[in-house]
Structure formats: structure tokens, C-alpha cells
Design a protein around this ligand. Structure first.
Ligand SMILES: [Fe+2]
Length: 100
């Protein structure tokens, strides 16, 4: 269930982690706050890089009561280093997913 207060906005807010990298593995379901993110994808938001819901998803989330999504998030204690393999499968247009 999402936050059930009548004035709650279920989508997460934009933020940047100041002291950790953030990795999200999208396991299953319909990922409410993200467009173009599908099951099996992994996102990496290095510390200090602002990120959050994609345009339109905050508005879309209002009134929603629950989600059927499963994701695993890891906030690291130390910066991550990308492997050559990870760099090879990186979506070079990922940053554009925040453009309307
Ligand atoms: Fe985050």
C-alpha cells in the first residue's frame, strides 16, 4: 500500500543522495514512478546526481492506493565503479528519460 493520507502524493520526490550511490533493480511489476523502465533493468544514480519520478508520474500517482511492483534498492557506503561489461550495456539515452 502507498501512503493512504487523502492528500498524500504516492510518487517519490526528486532528490540526490549526498553520501551514497543508489542502485535499483526492477524485479517485477509496473514501475509507477518511471517511464521506459522495465522488469530486469538496473539503474545507477551516483551520489550527488539528482533523480526522481519521470515527468507526469507524480500527477498520475495521485489517488493510487497500492502498487504491484517489486524492486530492490541498494544505497552504497562507498562509490561504485562500473565494469567494462556494465559500460557496454549502459543505455546512453537514460538521462533523456526525464525530458517531457
Ligand atoms: Fe534515489
Amino acid at each position: 500500500m502507498y501512503d493512504y493520507h487523502p492528500l498524500a502524493i504516492p510518487a517519490p520526490y526528486n532528490h540526490s543522495n549526498i553520501d551514497s550511490d543508489e542502485v535499483l533493480y526492477y524485479v517485477d511489476g509496473d514501475f509507477m514512478s518511471r517511464k521506459h523502465v522495465e522488469r530486469g533493468m538496473i539503474t545507477l544514480h551516483p551520489g550527488g546526481i539528482p533523480h526522481g519520478p519521470h515527468p507526469g508520474t507524480v500527477e498520475k500517482s495521485i489517488g493510487a492506493t497500492e502498487t504491484r511492483e517489486l524492486a530492490v534498492m541498494v544505497d552504497t557506503f562507498r562509490p561504485l565503479l562500473m565494469t567494462e561489461y556494465a559500460a557496454g550495456i549502459e543505455d546512453p539515452d537514460y538521462y533523456k528519460s526525464w525530458l517531457g
